[in-house]
Design a protein around this ligand. Structure first.
Ligand SMILES: Cc1cc2nc3c(=O)[nH]c(=O)nc-3n(C[C@H](O)[C@H](O)[C@H](O)COP(=O)(O)OP(=O)(O)OC[C@H]3O[C@@H](n4cnc5c(N)ncnc54)[C@H](O)[C@@H]3O)c2cc1C
Length: 383
């Protein structure tokens, strides 16, 4: 049996950047993936939004690093990954939302984030033709942006191969054999492998992997749908996140990608818990009605495709990233909720520092936000 320094279960938004960061450190890495190529589960369902403007130290720091990686990728390595620093915006149409956003901005400023409050007129310059009726202003964080989940995954995958990472596709992890308190063997439907560390980056199935070794990780995937339009000339800059609720949905968000296509997504309310990848006929009328209401200029755009995927949710909206107490060679990196694509590159590096025992004080503070042993009673703002 070949021994690896690290085996990663899952070649998704987290597993592939983690393999890239670990292989870069000259560690011998194997990624085991049940599907036929990298990024085929939730990574390719993401619409590509990337922001550092969260509400807690962990996500902010990890995503700031992710933004550096996404933002400098093409310049450093030459691959186009569709990065645009178009910014994020949360327009407020109610007094309550304005207050919530302004209160959150105080926390965000205390972490040094570049986010400001802009007037309805200034917002109309960024998103020309936005519905001004009742608009009270908007947050705007110009350093946030977007990239193509498909192109980024490809770039990270090939980079990890260059650094020596190995992959086994179409191979399903079915068992983890223990030797005293450590995982001694990762067993798949095709073979067995051993490693000094095992990283659970199994996305929707993070809980199932945990169960194999007697851990009950609170990961509950719920379904989200998204869509993409034909490409048109660029006509607005930032991601627009409308926080208001409407019958059948909570927030929704959309932006124009590097090819001019408008990509959009809505949060069903109540959540549709489970894993069901069949797109529905309800999503498009529900989402497009709301988008056209806030931004009438979208009216004549033709939608090319819709799809459905999952957010691997935790009860409080924060991921679980931890070297486990019970099994010292198991690292869980699961429960990415709706933000695994943006967290991936920063988390990949953090995971590599867990493995090599090079955690800085900041890293330890970040990991507190993602602690597996927290009580999950808090709630991430705007998850
Ligand atoms: C509609 C939609 C829009 C979204 N938009 C955004 C966005 O704008 N920005 C953002 O950051 N995030 C977004 N997300 C969320 C993002 O897609 C997820 O958070 C992220 O992909 C989760 O990453 P992951 O690595 O945990 O899981 P995945 O990317 O799903 O990877 C897990 C991998 O593990 C494999 N696996 C599981 N079990 C096993 C096993 N037993 N053996 C071998 N392999 C296994 C799976 O096949 C899979 O490939 C969106 C999601 C959806 C559905």
């Amino acid at each position: 049996m070949t021994n690896y320094d690290v085996i990663i279960i899952g070649a998704g938004s987290v597993g592939v950047p983690a393999a890239m960061a670990l292989a870069e450190k000259k560690l011998k890495v194997l990624v085991i993936e049940s599907l036929f190529s990298p990024g085929q589960a939730n990574n390719k369902k993401a619409i590509g939004g990337i922001r550092a403007t969260h509400s807690d130290f962990g996500k902010i720091k990890v995503c700031q690093r992710s933004i550096e990686i996404f933002g400098t990728w093409q310049e450093k390595f030459g691959d186009e990954i569709g990065w645009i620093a178009g910014g994020y915006s949360f327009p407020a149409y109610t007094e309550e939302d304005e207050k919530k956003l302004k209160d959150l901005m105080k926390i965000q400023h205390s972490f040094g984030l570049n986010i400001k409050w802009i007037s309805p007129e200034e917002y109309n310059e960024l998103v020309p033709g936005i519905n001004m009726d009742g608009l009270r202003g908007s947050t705007y964080s110009p350093e946030d942006g977007s990239a193509s989940p498909l192109m980024s995954m490809n770039a990270f995958y090939f980079k990890s191969l260059e650094s020596g990472a190995e992959y086994k596709f179409k191979e399903n992890v079915i068992d983890l054999k223990m030797n005293s308190d450590k995982i001694a063997e990762v067993v798949t439907d095709k073979g067995s492998y051993s490693a000094d560390f095992v990283v659970n980056a199994a996305g929707n199935y993070g809980r199932e992997i945990g169960k194999i070794v007697g851990m009950d990780l609170p990961i509950y995937p719920d379904n989200h749908e998204a869509g993409i339009t034909e490409p048109v000339a660029r006509f607005f800059e930032p991601m627009v996140v409308d926080l208001r609720k409407a019958p059948g949905s909570a927030n929704y968000y959309f932006y124009q990608n590097h090819e001019g296509q408008v990509v959009f997504c809505i949060t069903p309310d109540p959540p549709i818990v489970g894993i069901d990848n069949d797109a529905t006929s309800e999503f498009l009328p529900l989402c497009s009605r709301r988008m056209i209401d806030i931004y009438p200029r979208l009216t004549n755009l033709k939608v090319r495709r819709t799809w459905r995927g999952q957010y691997p949710m935790t009860p409080d909206g924060f991921p679980i990233v931890a070297k486990t107490k019970e099994i010292p060679n198991l690292i869980n990196a699961v429960g990415m909720c709706g933000q695994g694509f943006m967290l991936g590159p920063g988390l990949g590096e953090l995971i590599s520092r867990i493995v090599t025992d090079e955690l800085s004080e900041d890293d330890k503070r970040m990991l507190k936000s993602f602690d597996q042993y927290r009580d999950f009673s808090g709630m991430e703002q705007f998850k």
